[in-house]
Design a binder for this molecule. Structure first.
Ligand SMILES: Nc1ncnc2c1ncn2[C@@H]1O[C@H](COP(=O)(O)OP(=O)(O)O)[C@@H](O)[C@H]1O
Ligand SMILES: [Mg+2]
Length: 313
């Protein structure tokens, strides 16, 4: 079981990992927990596990790096493969793929640091602001847990927001803000076919609450599952999430984050998370629970979706 790692989401991953480890042990498996670091390949060569449960989030774990190493070593692993991880963990790649496939995602423009430094991309900002209209969401291409996401209300806010986003990644995106309700659609593979779990709605406890990073602090967001949506919307959100899952080539499990726009009732996909949190408070386990799938059962299903026949000891 791989956990921890170097990413900024290390702490979440340690919690996910500990919880997964307990479940695996309850299920009768022999578990070796590896905190992913410089000795990963050496540890894997020594342990030669039948299967790796990847409970990493963010850099290395979710972006295909660790998956590639597991492929090289011939060790089967849980969740999505290398290519799905690469495209899902990079919001710019994922959004281009979605836009090309006709899946609704908020309008956006993306830049690399080089475009700013060497090509004068800053001069293009007024045109972008004109196209996207304020407020604009500025985010790093590859990051999670809302880290580095800033909300620009006026042109004066944009440079600071860009600096913040560039401190997380060399590539950033400016995205149209969608005012509305925030929905998370979790998907798990069941008997070889992806199944949509009850939708979770994240309800911010404070009005006009645009500090996204603070939303992840306990008590500042309330989660409702199943979300109160009419059948039509529930079906639409599920169908869009499944399309994204298929488009990016996800496997085993994933969570797709969407916005339901107030007024228009249109749905927009923000991102797909190939390895969403598996902690006590995480959304995918909550969704599974609402479907009558307890945590151990969830872990068992993720294992069996990994295709390997893992014999309990
Ligand atoms: N375009 C947007 N419009 C409205 N809210 C947004 C937008 N982009 C991000 N957010 C808010 O920020 C949160 C995190 O954004 P997301 O794109 O899912 O990145 P992360 O990988 O950090 O979860 C969302 O759940 C939502 O609350
Ligand atoms: Mg998200």
């Amino acid at each position: 079981m791989l956990k921890g790692g170097r990413s900024l989401e290390r702490q979440v991953s340690l919690k996910s990992g500990a919880r997964v480890q307990d479940a695996l042990e309850r299920l009768g498996h022999e578990v070796v927990a590896i905190d992913v670091g410089g000795d990963l390949v050496a540890r894997l060569s020594d342990e030669r596990p039948e299967l790796a449960f990847v409970a990493l989030h963010g850099r290395d774990g979710e972006d295909g790096t660790v998956q590639e190493l597991l492929e090289v070593m011939g060790i089967p692993y849980t969740g999505s493969g290398v290519s799905a991880c690469i495209s899902a963990s990079d919001k710019v790649l994922a959004k281009h793929a979605m836009r090309d496939a006709g899946i609704p995602t908020p309008d956006f423009f993306a830049f690399s640091e080089t475009a700013f430094r060497e090509l004068g991309a800053a001069q293009a900002l007024p045109a972008i602001e004109e196209r996207l209209q304020f407020p604009i969401v500025v985010k790093p291409a590859r990051q999670g847990s809302a880290l580095g996401i800033k909300f620009a209300r006026t042109p004066a806010d944009v440079p600071t927001a860009l600096v913040a986003a560039f401190s997380y990644d060399r590539k950033v995106l400016l995205e149209r803000h969608v005012a509305g309700r925030e929905l998370a659609v979790s998907i798990i593979d069941e008997g070889g076919a992806p199944r949509v779990l009850p939708i979770v709605e994240a309800v911010p406890e404070e009005e006009d609450f645009y500090d996204f990073e603070a939303r992840y602090e306990i008590g500042r967001t309330r989660f409702v599952c199943p979300a109160e949506l009419d059948d039509g919307l529930t079906t639409r959100a599920g169908a869009i999430a499944l399309e994204v899952y298929g488009l990016l080539g996800c496997a085993g499990f994933a969570r797709v984050d969407l916005m339901l726009e107030s007024g228009t009732e249109d749905l927009y996909v923000l991102e797909a998370n190939p390895i969403p949190g598996l902690t006590e408070t995480s959304l995918l386990p909550q969704a599974a629970d609402a479907a009558g799938i307890g945590f151990d059962d969830l872990v068992e299903r993720i294992l069996s979706a990994a295709g390997a026949v893992v014999r309990a000891t």
